[in-house]
Design a protein around this ligand. Sequence first.
Ligand code: SF4
Length: 363
Amino acid sequence: MSHLKYLSTFKCIGGRCEDNCCIGWDVDIDQHTFLKYQKIKEPEMKNLFKKHIHINEASDQPHINYAFATLTSNKKCSFLDEKHLCKIHKNLGESYLSNVCATFPRIANRIDREIEHSATVSCPEIARLLLLNADAMFWEPDLSREAPPIITYAIDQKSKSFVGKPLSKLKQIRDRCLEITLDTQMTFEKRLVQLSEFVLSIENSGEQGLSKNRTFDEMSNQIVKALLKMGTTDSKRFNDFLHLTSKGELKKGYLKYDRFIQEHPHMLPNLFGNHIVKNLFPFSEGNDTVDALRLLLCRFLIIKRHFILLASLDLLEESSGVAYLQSFSKVIEHHKYFESKMLEMLMQNQISVKTLMHSLEVK
Ligand code: SF4
């Protein structure tokens, strides 16, 4: 087993967390934990379980989502107390947490026999550890951890069905993508162009036809509009950022954005590097590797536009940058339609990968 270095010091900060993971999301309960809850005799917890835990009729993975905990009217898990501490953890102990609660924010993937741990940036503490540290993306062996109860992606590269296909070289391809993304010799935009060229070469998937050049402003504006049209988010934090960016002015923010990126050289590379590891990029989104690339470039264009607009208002600094990326991840990673609607919009408007690539830099 191995993990990315930022996980070695991670510890949930519980009640001090500014955007607790139990807010705004469904809380899944696995079957084993559900049965443990049925055996509890202590009256308060017994009543709470009876009232707030329900069987999930649509469960497709009993070891993850056999049942669920209801949310309060303001979308908080019903088991959070007034100090934002989990009553199950507090009254019964860690061993009574469901697989999802015990695992979050960690993500485990298996490539052949090797289990790799990363984490989601939607956790504010992970966001700080990942985005502000130069060595966060180094791999470390992890012999102490037990086998994780949830494996997000499991790929056997030697599987017969992958013979002759890119998936048979998943690790090699993923590692090359990571290497390009973390290469400090180039600007981040140049890395994304090189990454795009590499992904397009994997399946010889050079798109046919002319690619229309669009400016950064035109392209990022269209993508942000498509995001807003999706009826975006329950996240107050992200909505607050959207409200602020609506008051910004791109022209006033360009130079300040460049300065911020120079002063925080690890923030975007680590965010996207982590995305590559966590999602086994370019293999887990869309219909093929090019779709995964399209979605990655769209993410970058949204973030860059919002960062520039925040910079124009003198609101882009280390803490707000981290908070924006954390809330962005919370919204996008769990958005039911981001993937399908964004790809649909690109297709309907005949926006090619080349067009996205050309629009990354402000010229
Ligand atoms: S989001 Fe992270 S730090 Fe906050 S409560 Fe959840 S696991 Fe803990």
